[in-house]
Design a binder for this molecule. Structure first.
Ligand SMILES: [Zn+2]
Ligand SMILES: [Zn+2]
Length: 271
């Protein structure tokens, strides 16, 4: 059962990985050096400091591709997706506004008071549409901050929570990883990255010793962690590590822990 769920997830994400956007699909205006310095000191996520600008045609083009993939894998959602598509803006100005809101943390894109579609499906489609753009954006914008010095539980680019952590080979230093922007940043070796308060405990699973699942008894957050010391030294792709360890998520959730994954609409980190 877990094996087939795992395989289905891998197949699904392989399709999504094919959805890419051109290099110039995302632009942003680079702030002055003193603004970057202040932004870094105040730990303001880059998405707020220099928001990504995306053409609405490009955005809705990706949105359609995402819908096709979701329908291919889960045909039962087709009706819901049709309803969602019918609510999307048509006028160029409204489309632009919609897209800019999609990249603004903490903004809801659902305008219907009582939507007749699943808001979860809506959120899922938007997240997967936003993702390839955020990937492009983070590759460029991430260079503005010293990620090794960030030391915060939230992603320096989108402000979201990490989906995975990595213990570096040799040094044992911990890096956190954002599943949306696919970037890593340095964090303290110990302590909960969610509430910053709880102690670190972890469990491992037989046969999967290179992973630890750290959990916090205070806020009930958990984070899967790859211990690079126990890998064969090859470079790791944290995106696929995350997907390939879904049964660790299931185990953690069964124990009452949760991970507020980055794969959520952009959350306002101040809330
Ligand atoms: Zn992020
Ligand atoms: Zn905690």
């Amino acid at each position: 059962m877990q094996q087939s769920l795992q395989q289905a997830l891998v197949d699904f994400h392989k399709e999504f990985a094919r959805v890419t956007v051109p290099d110039d699909a995302v632009i942003f205006s680079c702030p002055a050096a003193d603004v970057i310095k202040l932004g870094f000191e105040k730990r303001i996520p880059l998405v707020k400091l220099c928001p990504p600008q995306v053409s609405s045609d490009e955005f809705f083009n990706v949105f359609e591709q995402v819908c096709e993939i979701v329908i291919e894998f889960t045909p039962e959602l087709a009706e819901d997706i049709d309803k969602i598509a019918a609510t999307l803006p048509v006028e160029p100005e409204e489309r632009m506004l919609f897209v800019s809101r999609a990249f603004t943390p903490g903004t809801s894109l659902i305008t219907d008071v009582t939507p007749d579609y699943s808001t979860e499906t809506f959120g899922f489609l938007i997240n997967h549409t936003v993702k390839p753009f955020m990937l492009r954006y983070s590759q460029e914008v991430g260079k503005l901050y010293e990620l090794e010095m960030w030391l915060k539980g939230d992603c320096p680019v989108c402000g979201g929570k990490p989906s995975l952590a990595l213990l570096e080979k040799g040094t044992g230093k911990r890096q956190l990883y954002c599943g949306l922007c696919e970037i890593k940043w340095r964090f303290h070796r110990l302590g909960c990255p969610y509430c910053l308060d709880g102690e670190s405990h972890f469990f491992t699973v037989e046969g999967m010793e290179k992973y630890r699942v750290y959990y916090c008894r205070k806020c009930h957050g958990y984070i899967k962690t790859l211990d690079q010391e126990k890998t064969d030294g090859k470079s790791v792709n944290l995106f696929w590590e995350d997907i390939n360890t879904v049964h660790l998520d299931i185990l953690a959730m069964r124990e009452g822990y949760f991970n507020e994954q980055a794969c959520q609409p952009l959350k306002d980190p101040e809330k």
